[in-house]
Design a protein around this ligand. Structure first.
Ligand code: HEM
Length: 207
């Protein structure tokens, strides 16, 4: 029963994450393109019903995922079973921090939590040493988690070799996508100027 809900809530979260990552890919064009696309997407996920459902699913996913990891501790065999629990635990850590930060930024600081809010830490020394790996591994963890799930779901339909290659391909794609996103956010393709109200959050911490 709990497993079935974990899968159902994963569908809601994966649908959001795919849109969210697609949104981030707009940063390859420019920050204003990213913001324009986010404004369109917000119509879908930033209404009371959709956002409450998403946040409930995130909380449930973290809780049930940590419970499964604990219950089956020491029993996982093979690369994909271990990769599933490691990526899942990282995602639980990331989700709580990331969603917590978005809520804090919006409701406590009263900021528009657009991409400037998301990546201000990339451009305020020394926070880049935390935020670049933090986001890089989050995107990779999403793809690793999906790859491990695919490996399990195709156990009766694909041969061993095909299942392995499909999952490895998904992980490689994840590393590439994450790498290119981090490059864009770090300002490799064009200069990124973070507005004062966003960088001030970090500068206050080191002053
Ligand atoms: C690639 C780096 C990422 C950046 C820079 C980033 C940035 C952001 C920003 C700026 C928001 C606020 C959106 C808004 O105000 O409309 C947000 C929301 C959110 N992000 Fe990310 N994100 C990243 C990756 C991820 C990943 C990998 C996940 C999932 C594992 C994720 C899950 C979420 C969730 C659940 C929300 C909350 C949506 C809401 O309630 O409004 N993000 N992110």
């Amino acid at each position: 029963m709990l497993h079935r809900f974990h899968k159902m809530s994963a569908v809601v979260i994966v649908a959001f994450i795919l849109l969210h990552l697609l949104n981030h890919l707009f940063a390859l064009q420019g920050i204003s393109e990213h913001i324009q696309f986010m404004d369109k997407l917000r119509v879908i996920y930033r209404n009371a019903v959709a956002e409450s459902l998403l946040l409930l699913c995130v909380l449930f996913q973290v809780g049930s995922g940590v419970y499964f990891a604990w219950k089956r501790r020491g029993q996982r065999r093979g690369f994909f079973e271990k990769a599933q629990v490691i990526s899942g635990l990282y995602l639980a850590y990331f989700f709580l921090n990331h969603v917590g930060a978005v809520i804090y930024g919006r409701w406590w600081l009263g900021l528009d939590t657009n991409i400037y809010y998301g990546i201000a830490g990339f451009h305020t020394d020394p926070f880049q040493f935390y935020f670049v790996p933090y986001y890089f591994f989050a995107v990779v963890a999403v793809f690793v988690h999906i790859a491990a799930a695919l490996h399990w779901l195709t156990r009766n339909t694909l041969g061993e070799k095909a299942r392995k290659w499909l999952s490895v391909l998904v992980i490689v794609l994840g590393v590439l996508v994450s790498n290119i996103l981090m490059d864009a956010f770090c300002g490799v393709f064009y200069d990124v100027e973070i507005p004062e109200e966003y960088s001030a959050i970090y500068r206050q911490m080191v002053q």
